[in-house]
Design a protein around this ligand. Structure first.
Ligand SMILES: CC(C)[C@H](C(=O)O)[C@@H](O)C(=O)O
Ligand code: SF4
Length: 466
């Protein structure tokens, strides 16, 4: 039988499928951060249970951590408590934690790949929706709720409904200046934030093969914003080269055995998907979101749409309320929208490649008057690598702030936030109302587009920049 990669991973992890119950699957890796784990640990304590396999867990602190003045105690008492509780829980259960002082600290979905903790063919969970990121390695990776976090800690298994499969094929090669972020946004613009509901998306096609591992992570990261359970990309030579030699990658003879398994994972020729979506890479321009949902997005050379341009009532209404919140009028050119803030970072675009591209654009420019621009590396590893390459100096000379790692303004839980009415060019993944601070307005873009906007003071078409 011709199977998709999802079906192969599913079949090899299915523990039991009892009549009238959700199938039970085995979980290989469990990722953790300070926000969604405390109640799960508490639940274990109350029921006198232990973590079944501490080695399956890697934990960090990222959401509520400060990105500056880290030598000082955390000022916000709630954040401080969260960090302390995380440290205690990990210590009590013998878990590997990259705490604030650890040189491996950073955003969970950035640090996990850096250490080769996720391998092709694994089932990976985390109490976090952007777990989808790890699908870039050909692993079935998805977010779970806090009660499920407890269940997985205790049993290493998870009741899980089987998903349908969707193939998203990006044909041809991407134009210069269009990136994985633009592919992600263009797909969501096409299928909508509910387009992937009930599906696991497999991304394929020449443009996907061409992406670096960082780019693949950016793309899979946003599968969740398309409503999908997870995103997947078939492992290939790039995947293996990325993993080889990393701390948690198989070593010695185990490497060869693992490779043999990994090479069996890609979807078989003729495998049937429940849905197929195709896009031409050549049509994907640098994207800018204009609304309060990632599907409200358009090419940078476009204009803010009017509610009447939508053919269904729901979308018309959504457009109206998004424009009111965003303070935008229909037909405004995207490149005429002024900004107040720029954020480069997050588990979508906080990797070394993102800072390289942004620094190349920022080099020799100055942040426009009145604009605050912050560069927040996804991890200390990214930060140190960038510093070795002198990227920090480029940003600082251009007037940017160079911070310590964390989720930061991706969701503004740590005090880094917009004030009411401020408008931000952001490389993160969600532009929901209030996501970057109450009344703040978020436009999702790629790192290059963010850096260009910082210099110009408004969005610019990166293809004509400089
Ligand atoms: C805090 C966490 C539960 C949340 C998520 O699940 O994604 C956060 O990481 C986010 O990006 O909104
Ligand atoms: S960087 Fe943003 S999307 Fe990623 S885990 Fe943190 S808050 Fe969630």
């Amino acid at each position: 039988m011709n199977l998709t990669m999802y079906e192969k991973i599913w079949d090899s992890h299915l523990v039991v499928e009892a009549e009238g119950q959700a199938p039970l699957i085995y979980v290989d890796r469990h990722l953790m951060h300070e926000v969604t784990s405390p109640q799960a640990f508490e639940g274990l304590r109350m029921t006198n249970r232990k973590v079944r396999n501490p080695h399956s867990i890697l934990a960090t602190m990222d959401h509520c951590v400060p990105t500056k003045d880290r030598h000082l105690p955390i000022a916000d008492p709630i954040a401080r408590k969260q960090v302390e509780v995380m440290a205690e829980n990990c210590k009590d259960n013998g878990l590997n934690l990259y705490d604030l002082k650890n040189p491996n600290n950073g955003v969970i979905h950035v640090v996990v790949p850096e250490h080769g903790f996720v391998h092709p063919g694994m089932v990976v969970v985390c109490g976090d929706s952007h777990t989808a990121t790890h699908g870039a390695f050909g692993a079935l990776a998805f977010g779970i709720g806090t009660s499920e976090v407890e269940h997985v800690m205790a049993t290493q298994c998870l009741p899980q409904k089987k998903s349908k499969t969707m193939l998203v094929k990006i044909n041809g090669t991407l134009p210069k200046f269009s990136t994985a972020k633009d592919i992600a946004l263009a797909i969501i613009g096409k299928i909508g934030t509910a387009g992937g509901t009930g599906y696991v998306i497999e991304y394929a096609g020449e443009a996907i093969k061409d992406l670096t591992m960082e780019g693949r992570m950016t793309l899979c990261n946003m599968a969740i914003e398309a409503g999908a359970r997870a995103g997947l990309i078939a492992p290939d030579e790039k995947t293996y080269a990325y993993l080889q030699g990393k701390e948690f990658a198989p070593q010695g003879a185990a490497w060869g055995q693992a490779m043999a398994y990994w090479q069996s994972l890609p979807s078989d020729e003729g495998a049937q998907f429940d849905a197929v979506v195709e896009l031409a890479a050549a049509d994907i321009a640098p994207q800018v979101s204009w609304g309060t949902s990632p599907e409200q997005v358009i090419g940078v050379n476009g204009v803010v749409p009017s509610p009447e341009s939508f053919d269904n009532e729901g979308k018309r209404k959504a457009c109206e309320s998004a424009l009111a919140y965003m303070g935008l009028t229909p037909n405004t050119k995207i490149t005429d929208i002024p900004i107040d803030f720029v954020f480069i970072g997050s588990c979508t675009n906080g990797r070394i490649e993102d800072f390289r591209v942004a620094a190349e654009v920022a080099k020799g420019t100055k942040v426009a008057a009145g604009i605050t621009a912050i560069a927040v590396p996804g991890s200390y590893q990214v930060k140190h690598q960038a510093e070795q390459e002198g990227l920090d100096k480029i940003f600082i000379e251009a007037g940017w702030q160079w911070r310590d790692p964390g989720c930061s303004m991706c969701l503004a839980m740590n005090g880094d936030e917009l004030s009411k009415g401020q408008r931000c060019a952001s490389t993160s993944n969600r532009n929901f109302e209030g996501r970057q601070g109450k009344g703040g307005r978020t436009h999702l873009v790629s790192p290059a587009m963010a850096a260009a906007a910082a210099a110009a003071g408004h969005f610019v078409d990166i293809r004509n920049f400089g």
